[in-house]
Ligand binder design. Structure first.
Ligand code: FE2
Length: 228
């Protein structure tokens, strides 16, 4: 899985912009915990113990999962600034052929400023988030706004997905990226191309109603790639 994070770069840029050490540390924790690729670099930092303590207080989307889930969900509250976005997809079995019912699809992303939360407090969880459960046809749909890149503008705008349920363990999927993002590089485009029909760089089309739409099919795995 191609990584999305440059946590140390993100950290230094945030420190420069915010001028606030506490906010910077929380931001780093937030990024590390929500983007699995950031774990290795974060472990080398001298405040590892502090990070570990914060991680234990991290928002748990499994525990927070609503009792009742539909195949579609709205992630953004009414009036959320940003261009409206609709993502529709199907979750397939590991064979990539058969849709899977009963999969919980948890998705979250940054807001129009590139932030997960106003305070970057990990225990709050990302503000724009939602859960869906696939029906018999394996489909899901999310309604939200288009995410913005992180404030350091080195990582493309993206939507994170976790899957679990129906006998499958919690796992990360590829992150959804958007064609035309100037932050996409050749490596990310090639990685997406190699994913074939499960390519994670997706073309957006804007409808007459002003909503940006794309499709994004996912393939569930039998072995989890999830790390706390
Ligand atoms: Fe992220």
């Amino acid at each position: 899985m191609l990584t999305l994070e440059s946590p140390l770069a993100s950290l230094s840029r945030t420190a420069k912009e915010a001028g606030d050490d506490a906010t910077t540390e929380v931001h780093a924790t937030s990024v590390r915990a929500r983007c699995p690729a950031a774990v290795g670099a974060a472990a080398a930092l001298p405040w590892t113990r502090w990070l570990a303590a914060q991680a234990r207080a991290e928002f748990d989307p499994v525990a927070a999962q609503p009792a009742q889930l539909d195949w579609e969900a709205r992630l953004s509250p009414p009036g959320e600034p940003g261009d409206p976005l609709e993502v529709t997809g199907t979750v397939f079995a590991p064979d990539g052929e058969h849709p899977v019912a009963g999969i919980v699809v948890y998705a979250y992303h940054t807001d129009a400023r590139g932030l997960y939360t106003p305070s970057n407090t990990p225990r709050e969880g990302p503000r724009l988030r939602g859960w869906m459960r696939t029906g018999a046809d394996g489909r899901f749909r999310l309604h939200s706004i288009r995410p913005a890149p992180y404030p350091n503008r080195e990582v493309p705008a993206h939507v994170h997905f976790n899957l679990w349920g129906a006998g499958y363990p919690r796992q990360w999927t590829e992150s959804l990226l958007f064609e035309g993002d100037p932050l996409l590089n050749a490596e990310r485009m090639e990685h997406s191309r190699q994913l074939g029909r499960f390519a994670n760089v997706r073309a957006l089309a804007r409808g007459a109603d002003g909503v940006w739409r794309c499709t994004f099919d996912l393939k569930v795995q039998t072995v989890s790639n999830f790390r706390d």
